[in-house]
Design a protein around this ligand. Structure first.
Ligand code: ZN
Length: 263
């Protein structure tokens, strides 16, 4: 891992436009389980019933019951919410230093924003937001659920329409954020995919798109991914340990060597 990490550090230090794609592996250290893992959500619930647009339309009550329970389970015994971890904070810091152009995330947890990242393209939406299926009005999941008596389906304050989570459900196409994500990738000179197995299309096509537009491509993940053959370099390891190492090595390089790079 060490040589590969050094290569990644050098690539970040010399890049003028880095774009990072993040997946579930980046949030597991924050206590948010990977939905697709052996013990994840989809091992105990049917994604067609509680994760798809058809399932939502067919039985919104079942959908809301399941997700309300899921969210309650994410909170600590003291009611605390999941918090950003070292990798989220490192990426936010790189953006502040002008070393990171954008984050594209498959995660719907909002933790990049909590860490202070500003340019975050949420390819799959954000589960903390809801939107009205009739007028499009957006609101916060917690606020909406707090106003909705148990056993009821939330409705819009403005028009009374059915309220849905503002995430991309199975059976739906990705929205505008993904178009913007593709544009960011085309402009990048360094593309890093981290914590994602790159199994879910069309996000899985981004490493190849980056390559085609001349970027160096790094894949950082605990397990092999389906796109490893398209990467210039693969860094394998636990994301928590990698974040720790990266932060230390980048701090040293950015403090000493970056001045000349940034002019
Ligand atoms: Zn409405």
């Amino acid at each position: 891992m060490s040589d590969d990490l050094d290569a990644l550090v050098s690539a970040i230090v010399t890049s003028t436009r880095t774009v990072v794609l993040t997946g579930a592996g980046v949030s597991t250290e924050s206590g948010i389980p990977d939905f697709r893992s052996d013990s994840g959500v989809w091992s105990r619930a049917d994604p067609m019933e509680v994760g798809s647009i058809d399932g939502f339309r067919e039985n919104p009550q079942r959908f809301y019951d399941f997700w309300s329970q899921f969210f309650e389970g994410l909170h600590g015994p003291d009611g605390s919410r999941p918090a950003p971890n070292k990798m989220h904070r490192l990426l936010a810091d790189l953006e502040r230093r002008g070393k990171l152009g954008a984050i594209i995330t498959q995660n719907v947890d909002g933790l990049h924003q909590d860490a202070g990242s500003e340019r975050v393209l949420e390819a799959h939406g954000n589960w903390r937001r809801t939107r009205c299926t009739r007028c499009g009005h957006q609101s916060g999941w917690r606020e909406v659920m707090a106003e909705t008596p148990r056993g009821n389906i939330p409705s819009c304050d403005l028009c009374g329409g059915t309220v849905r989570p503002d995430v991309v459900l199975f059976g739906e196409l990705l929205g505008r954020a993904f178009e913007e994500a593709r544009d960011e990738v085309k402009r990048a000179d360094l593309f890093i995919a981290m914590g994602t197995s790159l199994e879910v299309a069309p996000v899985s096509s981004l490493p190849v798109l980056a390559k085609e537009h001349g970027a160096r491509v790094f894949i950082v993940n605990r397990d092999p991914t389906l796109q490893d053959r398209h990467a210039d370099r693969v860094v394998r390891g636990e994301l928590g340990a990698i974040a720790e190492e990266l932060a230390t090595r980048l701090a040293a390089r950015l403090a000493t060597g970056l001045g000349s790079v940034e002019g």
